[in-house]
Design a protein around this ligand. Sequence first.
Ligand code: ZN
Length: 271
Amino acid sequence: MARMPGAEWRPIPSNFTRGGQESVQGVVIHIMDGSLSGTDSWFRNPAAQASSHFGTGKGGQLYQWVDTADRAWAQAAGNRNWLSVENEGRGGDSLTSAQLDRCAAVLAWAHQVYGVPLAVTSSTGGRGLGYHGMGGSAWGGHTSCPGSAIVAQLPEIVRRAQALAGGGGGGGSTGGTYTVRSGDTLSEIGQRLGIDWHKIAEANGLRSPYVLQIGQRLTLPGAGSTTYTVRSGDSLSVIGARLGVSWQRIAEANGIRAPYVITPGQTLRIP
Ligand SMILES: [Zn+2]
């Protein structure tokens, strides 16, 4: 079972197939042709015979109606192997920037949990970020869902998902570096990585008062494998991005498998 952290869990009583998600090739974007609240009500009506895993509101709301272990009923023959995201709006609308962010968050999460590529696809045999209309009649013949304006925004969703995931996932692994984020201090970074912070300072020519910039890339002293202590809010993809190591390699080095759960305080070997 998988529920996305950061999504509001709003389970529906019916209109999905329990345990029916057979695989996850990617994420399918839809348009509600209506409002978030109206869709939320409709999915609770057994007569609807329809649902989706996720839904966004124009203001940036993100709902999860169906656990991703369960099959939502959003795109007919595409249900078994794809996750679905419904988006508030009318046919012809573009997604708001807040909606693009939320779709990107779902894609980045699907990348982390299911290994979905951060790429646009327009083929039901492909993997990545797709859209309802690409499935043609087999997917219910909704060729105008979500509409050409939103289809044109799919690359932007991928770009934002890549930023969230730090480009992790198969990209070039440099290893031996750490990218500073908000709130980091040298001593805390050293503690989490099991490296004397004085050595990090030395390796990067840093001197008192040891000011770090967000986004600054630090070289880590000492070659070879190191460790990292997980803190609250971390995910494998986020850790991998900060350390310049693909998250799949970290998962492999630590025997972690889907759904890739890590817990604060856990020590990871960094390959
Ligand atoms: Zn649709």
